[in-house]
Design a binder for this molecule. Structure first.
Ligand SMILES: Cc1cc2nc3c(=O)[nH]c(=O)nc-3n(C[C@H](O)[C@H](O)[C@H](O)COP(=O)(O)OP(=O)(O)OC[C@H]3O[C@@H](n4cnc5c(N)ncnc54)[C@H](O)[C@@H]3O)c2cc1C
Length: 434
């Protein structure tokens, strides 16, 4: 057992941990990052938001990401499964978002680049180290962690940043996790080739296909590879009695908007599933502890905000802890401010996602009225403009007022998820066995 001391110890080197650790290391702090996995490793969460780009720029990693050749994401498309209606949003047409585009990424590659950047920024990044538990006292925090050989170490730091993602190390230890009361969702997903894409600039857009109580994502990862996933209620799969692969294949063929895109698709890896991803911890800040990204909370991934929220909160956590380090003691007000600001950001998307599952919201999203720059306000949300100021805030409030009105008096035509009159189709089934 060894004892070593740092300014800050970070659990996990996903996007949240990498952001927090890089900002701290670049400001001269002694930072230790303990990452359970050996990178590169697979991770879901492949569509980024334009606001991510500013954080990459500030971290100094943008040139490396540009050189890596990730597809440029210029917008997002939404369509109903029955192909009756669809619309697209182009980031560069938005008036309230600062960044005009994002990237689509294989997370194995992105996260490995971020980890190496964190290390080259000066942090001591150790892979294959598993954090077991933490304790805190008046002078700092202690973490018990197993090294790759299984030997257990006690490591000491002034502050702890938990960026362990859905591993939720400190939240679980303190029993803080609140699951969403009603969403019992799961995702089935894989990487495919030969998925149909629109021609031109919009070919790299994220495409969301909405069914009545479910949705598909299509995220182009390279010229030939596309990530495709289905988010459904867990109970629906259980009631079907089917395997996830058979269920996925049947649902892919059942709706024209997805069938048309997937009719020649071939699975490149194995289909995976993940469940119960909508939760938050009751506290994001402790005495000498901050939780960032999914270790604070995470919601249904419909708006692709997870990586951005992780890196945004990681950056604010670094500023908060950095300030306390400069002052020589924890600044309680800063920690409270962190709690309030990050919770507000998470809850903002939480509420938008709740609305997304209602028809009036979808009706207005799919038929945006060129009125009071509302389409630009929607684009700003899709771009990750969490703190866009009053001119954005009042428009979003107005948009949600229209959603309420739409529920009783249709301002735009109603949408229907019912199957449309069947057209003659002749498609090969999706090959879901790798
Ligand atoms: C189905 C699905 C689809 C999604 N799609 C998108 C999307 O399109 N776009 C998007 O932005 N987001 C998406 N997300 C969300 C996204 O995956 C996460 O929000 C994002 O990865 C959070 O980053 P993080 O750094 O907080 O956590 P992570 O990326 O999970 O990183 C946490 C790290 O901590 C490490 N760790 C865990 N436990 C320990 C431990 N005990 N000791 C040491 N290390 C540990 C892990 O190995 C991991 O590397 C999706 C999520 C799901 C479930």
């Amino acid at each position: 057992m060894t004892i070593t001391s740092y300014d800050v110890l970070v659990i996990g080197c996903g996007p949240g941990g990498s952001s927090a650790a890089t900002f701290l290391a670049r400001s001269g702090r002694r930072v230790l990052v303990l990452e359970r996995e050996i990178f590169p490793r697979f991770h879901i969460g492949e569509s980024l938001l334009p606001c991510n780009m500013s954080i990459f720029r500030e971290m100094g990693v943008l040139p490396t990401l540009e050189a890596a050749g990730f597809p440029r994401k210029l917008g997002a498309q939404f369509e109903l499964g029955n192909a009756s209606i669809g619309t697209s949003f182009v980031f560069r047409e938005g008036k309230f978002n600062r960044e005009p585009e994002a990237i689509q990424v294989e997370r194995a590659t992105l996260d490995h680049i971020l980890l190496k950047h964190t290390r080259s920024s000066g942090a001591d990044v150790r892979e294959g180290w598993i954090v077991k538990q933490f304790t805190s006292d008046a002078s700092g925090v202690s973490v018990e962690a197993a090294d790759p050989a299984g030997e257990v170490h006690q490591l000491r730091a002034d502050y702890l940043i938990d960026a362990s993602g859905r591993g939720n190390v400190t939240g679980n230890q303190e029993n803080l996790k609140e699951m969403h009361p009603t969403w019992k969702k799961m995702a089935i997903f894989g990487h495919f080739e030969n998925v149909w894409r629109s021609a031109g600039d919009s070919g790299n857009d994220t495409v969301i296909i909405r069914l009545e109580n479910a949705w598909f994502w299509l995220i182009p990862l390279s010229a030939t590879k596309t990530s495709v996933g289905l988010v459904i209620d867990k109970a629906v799969l259980a009631e079907s009695g089917e395997s996830p692969a058979d269920f996925f294949q049947r649902w892919t063929m059942a709706q024209p908007a997805i069938r048309q895109r997937m009719q020649h698709a071939r699975l490149l890896n194995t289909l995976q599933t993940t469940t119960d991803f909508s939760y938050y911890n009751r506290k994001f800040a402790g005495e000498r502890l901050l939780r960032v990204g999914d270790a604070a909370g995470f919601l249904d991934p419909i708006f692709s905000a997870g990586v951005f929220l992780a890196m945004w909160s990681g950056k604010i956590a670094a500023e908060t802890v950095g300030h306390s380090l400069t002052q020589g003691q924890p600044n309680r007000r800063d920690f409270q401010r962190y709690e309030k600001r990050v919770r507000k950001g998470l809850m903002f998307y939480w509420n938008v996602v709740q609305a997304y599952y209602t028809s009036p919201f979808m009706e207005l999203l799919l038929q945006p009225r060129p009125h009071q720059d509302l389409p630009s306000a929607v684009i700003a949300v899709l771009a990750g403009e969490l703190e866009g100021g009053w001119r954005l805030r009042w428009r979003l409030k107005y948009f949600f007022l229209l959603v309420k009105i739409q529920k009783y008096w249709p301002l735009v035509p109603r949408i229907s998820f019912a199957p449309r009159r069947p057209k003659a189709v002749n498609v090969a089934p999706v090959a879901v066995k790798s």
